[in-house]
Structure formats: structure tokens, C-alpha cells
Design a protein around this ligand. Structure first.
Ligand code: HEM
Length: 124
């Protein structure tokens, strides 16, 4: 098997399936081109079009799709999202989102929350 193709989420978002374009979507960090499946979807194309270009993990799971549906989906896989944009770890478990807080430029390096500001007022 060859190398897996990698896509950025921004690149996937360019394929919304509108105006004759291809329809890609993301399910659990894998990228699918469902253009040729749209017309076959048992629940119609509209529900998939709504997710076009985006991450359909939640929508797909909420339906409670069958194993058959998952087998079909596998046939349309074209790659995976870039490693640094993945939401799931190697075990398929959802990663904790790491939010990096940059210190404010030129500031004191300390940002006070509302509570902090109130307390400071009281202590003065
Ligand atoms: C990603 C590729 C997809 C494939 C291969 C797929 C396949 C299928 C299949 C085979 C069914 C028939 C029922 C079953 O076997 O589970 C189904 C039903 C359905 N799908 Fe999808 N589906 C896909 C994506 C989506 C997405 C993104 C949505 C968005 C919400 C969606 C919404 C539905 C709904 C609402 C039903 C009807 C469920 C029901 O009758 O209870 N599907 N799909």
C-alpha cells in the first residue's frame, strides 16, 4: 500500500460539492470523496451536502449508521487530515484540545480575570 494522502482541513473545505465541484468530508480524521455516492445515499443527498467540506463525524454518528454504511464509506476514503490537525489519537480516542495561550504583546505578561480585577479593587 502506498503512502496515505494528507490534506489540511482548509483544503477539504474547498470541496463542498456545490456548483459541479467534488464533495469531500471528514469523518474521524479521514477524508472521503463522496461525490459519486451522493445519489445512492438512502436518506438522499441533501443531508450529506449539508456537511460538504466539513467534519461530519458527529452528524454521521448521531444517525447510528450501520456496519454496512461504514463499509461503503471506507470505499470512498481518499486520505487523512494532516497530523497536526487530527482530533483523534492513534487509538481512535478523541484528543484533548490543547489551547495555547500567548502572552499579550507589550503587556505585563499577566492578564487578570474579572474576579481578579474585583479583588484588586477591594484590596485597595
Ligand atoms: C459518509 C458517508 C455516508 C455513507 C456511506 C452513508 C450511508 C448510509 C446508509 C447505508 C444508510 C442506510 C441505513 C444504514 O445502513 O445505516 C444511511 C442512512 C442515513 N444517513 Fe447516511 N451515510 C453517509 C453519510 C451521512 C451523513 C454525513 C449524514 C448526515 C447527517 C447522513 C444521514 C443519514 C440519515 C439521516 C439516514 C437515515 C437513517 C434512518 O433511516 O434511520 N449520512 N446512510
Amino acid at each position: 500500500m502506498g503512502e496515505v494522502k494528507r490534506f489540511s482541513r482548509a483544503e477539504v473545505a474547498q470541496h463542498k460539492g456545490r456548483a459541479g465541484g467534488r464533495l469531500w468530508l471528514i469523518y474521524k480524521d479521514s477524508v472521503y470523496d463522496l461525490t459519486d455516492y451522493l445519489a445512492e445515499h438512502p436518506a438522499g443527498d441533501a443531508v450529506i451536502l449539508e456537511e460538504g467540506g466539513g467534519d461530519a463525524s458527529k452528524a454521521f454518528d448521531e444517525v447510528g449508521h450501520s456496519g454496512d454504511a461504514r463499509d461503503i464509506m471506507a470505499k470512498y476514503k481518499i486520505g487523512e487530515v494532516n497530523e497536526d490537525e487530527k482530533y483523534y489519537d492513534e487509538k481512535g480516542k478523541k484528543k484533548k484540545r490543547v489551547v495555547q495561550v500567548q502572552p499579550e504583546e507589550g503587556g505585563s505578561g499577566e492578564s487578570r480575570g474579572l474576579l481578579g480585577i474585583c479583588c484588586c479593587g477591594l484590596l485597595r
